[in-house]
Design a binder for this molecule. Sequence first.
Ligand SMILES: Cc1ncc(COP(=O)(O)O)c(C=O)c1O
Length: 402
Amino acid sequence: MSTRSRISARISAISESATLAVDAKAKAMKAAGRPVIGFGAGEPDFPTPGYIVEAAIEAARDPRNHKYTPAGGLPELKQAIAAKTRRDSGYAAEASQVLVTNGGKQAVYEAFATLLDPGDEVLVVAPYWTTYPEAIKLAGGVQVDVVTDESTGYLASVDQLEAARTDRTKALLFVSPSNPTGAVHTREQTEAIGRWAAEHDLWVVTDEIYEHLVYGGTEFTSIATAVPELGDRVVILNGVAKTYAMTGWRVGWLIGPSDVVKAATNLQSHATSNVSNISQMAALAAVSGDLSAVAEMRTAFDRRRQTMVRMLNEIPGVFCPEPMGAFYAYPSVKELIGKEVRGRRPQSSSELAELILEEAEVAVVPGEAFGTPGYFRLSYALGDDDLVEGVSRLGKLLSDAR
Ligand SMILES: Cc1ncc(COP(=O)(O)O)c(C=O)c1O
């Protein structure tokens, strides 16, 4: 019998996506007839706007879209993404600097695969989105966590970043608005971090997928635009998923210097080739159109955000700073760990989340998934009534904690 392991060490090391796992468990319980309310999903609860769907239907009828197209994306979509980026964040990129990917996730994966050699360190602010560590690890990179907490609204300072920098640091991952915390850096903070990165010749990989989801007068600042000193050491990640309620269409992109884009395109040409032409034509309609659909979603999310944060902060032992972007709240539940709830004493946020799912039929994602145990992530991208019912159930259960 062979002594070789069946699965390679590199792939065995990848963890299951905790957010998708919670979502799957909640959906399975729902399918079994239990009235589960899920705060796990990271996607808008709105359908894709009609004009985008129509563009896809038309594209499906056009035989040109039935064939392979350039691996890096349809030229007209790359052009439109460059124009949209100039419009929305003021960053001037040529179409040749755009690579169209299978969702923002592929852009994350390809950015790190293209930039990192084994042992290169990447500074990642924790709490972080679950996909980043796996993408960095697969590229042979070493993630260095810069841990933040609720006391600073989950924002990292230049001093914290500098303390984590070594001579092996190659890149900083900058995510504002953040998944999972909803934290948004001010322009001044963004400039200070960008200048510090430029001063130390670091690359900045910036994930701008939540650029249009900011609330309460908060403004999104693109680090790429705000800090021209970064020059050609910046890679922007983005996509249509969150802005146009298009998570299932799988279109994202990466914008970077032409050598990076060329190399990443080579990688994609062997891995997946072009993104579905139908989805690319839908994305073309999305990014060429106006921003009225996201403005409507933003109004709904803002209302739900305020309700959720107020209700969470009314639960004893729960503390939730106000998230200013994306569609997540990230409360601390540290005070509840080890307390007795319905005859059990959960020893971690993960155990507490399991108990909540079983006892209150409410799904939340534990902070373990984002590198910071002691917290929950709750998405507020769900209907107002479900949101109120779900947080009420949570409050009722947790107020029994002794
Ligand atoms: C911060 C962040 N970046 C990128 C993505 C990727 O989105 P998609 O692959 O659906 O385009 C997500 C999705 O949850 C996200 O939260």
